[in-house]
Design a protein around this ligand. Structure first.
Ligand code: AMP
Length: 501
């Protein structure tokens, strides 16, 4: 099937061709005809499947006739994050370049005055985050009685972020006779309930099983035992093993840790920047642009900031922390392997991530190699299970990474976690028969700072400090355990797969 079979007008087809698409993706092929028919659509599709164009293309087609009235947008797209809103807006710019549609972006962090001015002129497409839209509604700057087309994008994320009451309020302000398109990466029971509430006789289109991960992303989980410092060391080793990484996104569970990781990598000479919800919108936009332009190679992110980022050249995703919500894992690794390219995703798991790791593995229904990294202690499921109920202690305050790591370590290195004495590099992996795990050989190129160090003494678990630092969460609940491990170098050293029970 080609785009011309979908019922789109020649101008739109030309714009699509100029963007470089030749064949519609499955979600586009299946959804576009139904959207054009005026049907409600429930699309179960993860990012990277082309879902954005599956609603923006038919919207441009449908909205090309008719005119918008002041303060009364003709269509509304609700999205959980500003970044996603920007991307949707870019889609409209690309595909709508031959259609004179007006659009406005209502997102936090930008001036009310400018947004109000645009609304006054009348907009065909309004792209908004729920909070900002309600703000403007409450100020009487916008009316939704003429909004006959509603898109709710990334509904699962809206749910996670606690936006559903706002979304419900917004939907109640729209005319009941409207067309609704509802997209979610997963079809959890709560999502099903919401779709039943918002949609009328929808055409359900699922392009991949819920919470599935893209097949073109090669995933590796790396178990190490240690604290945040050891994780950073391991991360650098993995990256070294990967060679010249063109573009990578690194995820932390907490904003605070995003900053720490960013500083650490900077101090080690990496081209890196941070992106999280505490940053001003202008610097978020600027950072993203620099990353897209290749001026920054590594982007340290929180989940919220990275949601929906669509940068086709991202070759790697590193989960510095195992996400607490397994669906975040799917979204995180969906930042790579986009638009038909291959990608790699590495996840670093400490013993405290045991439960989260198990959740991820059971959610994705995919066999992912779980490996340990030579030079670092690993942990077994049995050890993790025996720690249940008596959490391992962790330092309460993260130390300033830039300071402690940028210089060669001398005696400061009382390990927070256990670390193996540095061993000679071997190219062979070893198999621990108890845990059925592969112990990966170290990255071929060792971190030179690390190699200068004396091997730290192994510290018994009990001697480490308590872990109860709860950082600010983005947006509402950060996990309570600071993260603490990292992974090693690529599939070169992974000789055998092993499943986690
Ligand atoms: P999305 O799932 O909407 O975030 O899109 C994922 C990526 O696929 C984006 O980089 C799009 O530009 C790209 N894309 C969307 N539709 C197509 C298509 N028909 N052919 C090739 N790439 C596409």
């Amino acid at each position: 099937m080609s785009f011309s079979d979908l019922g789109l007008n020649p101008k739109l087809l030309q714009a699509v061709e100029e963007v470089g698409y030749t064949i519609p993706t499955p979600i586009q092929e299946q959804a576009i005809p139904y959207v054009l028919m005026g049907r409600d659509v429930m699309g179960v599709a993860q990012t990277g499947t082309g879902k954005t164009a599956s609603f923006t293309l038919p919207m441009i087609e449908m909205l090309s006739s008719g005119r918008a009235r002041a303060r009364m947008p003709r269509s509304l797209i609700l999205t959980p994050t500003r970044e996603l809103a920007h991307q949707i807006s870019e889609n409209f710019e690309n595909y709508g370049k031959y259609s004179k549609l007006s659009k406005a972006l209502l997102i936090g962090g930008t001036s009310f005055a400018e947004q109000t001015k645009l609304l006054e002129r009348g907009v065909d497409v309004l792209i908004a985050t729920p909070g900002r839209l309600l703000d403007l509604f409450e100020r009487g700057k916008i009316m939704l009685i003429d909004t006959k087309l509603l898109v709710i994008d990334e509904a699962d994320r809206m749910l996670d972020m606690g936006f559903i009451p706002d979304v419900e309020k917004i939907v109640s302000l729209l005319p009941p006779l409207r067309q609704t398109l509802f997209f979610s990466a997963t079809m959890a029971p709560e999502i099903k309930k919401l779709s039943d509430k918002f949609l009328s006789n929808p055409k359900v289109i699922a392009v991949s099983k819920p919470a599935s991960t893209a097949e073109n992303v090669q995933q590796t989980m790396i178990k190490i035992d240690g604290g945040a410092k050891e994780k950073r060391e391991a991360l650098r080793q993995i990256m070294t093993g990967e060679g010249d990484i063109q573009s990578a996104i690194l995820f932390c569970n907490r904003k605070k840790d995003v900053d720490i990781l960013n500083k650490s990598l900077n101090a080690h000479g990496y081209s890196t920047a941070a992106l999280h919800g505490d940053m001003a919108q202008s610097s978020r936009t600027e950072t993203l642009q620099e990353f897209k332009d290749g001026k920054i190679k590594l982007l340290c992110c929180s989940d919220v900031a990275a949601r929906g980022l669509d940068i086709p050249a991202v070759s790697h995703v590193f989960n510095f922390d195992v996400p607490i919500n397994p669906e975040d894992y799917v979204h995180r690794i969906g930042r790579t392997g986009r638009a038909g390219r291959d990608g790699k995703a590495f996840t670093i798991a400490t013993i405290e991530d045991y439960k989260a790791l198990k959740n991820v593995l059971s959610t994705i229904h995919t066999n992912v190699p779980v490996v340990s990294l030579e030079g670092f202690e690993s942990w077994s499921d049995e050890e993790a299970a025996s720690l249940k109920g008596r959490r391992r202690k962790r330092p309460t305050k993260p130390t300033s990474v830039a300071k402690t790591e940028a210089k060669p370590e001398t005696k400061d290195t009382k390990p927070r976690g256990r670390r193996k004495k540095a061993e000679p590099i071997s190219t062979e992996a070893t198999v621990d028969t108890n845990t059925a795990e592969v112990a990966a050989s170290p990255a071929v190129v060792q971190d030179d700072k690390r190699s200068e160090r004396k091997a730290p003494r192994a510290a018994p678990r009990r001697k480490t400090k308590p872990s109860a630092v709860i950082g600010e969460r983005e947006p509402s609940s950060e996990p309570s355990n600071p993260t603490s491990s990292f992974g090693d170098h690529t599939p070169a050293f992974i000789l055998r797969e092993a499943k986690v029970a």
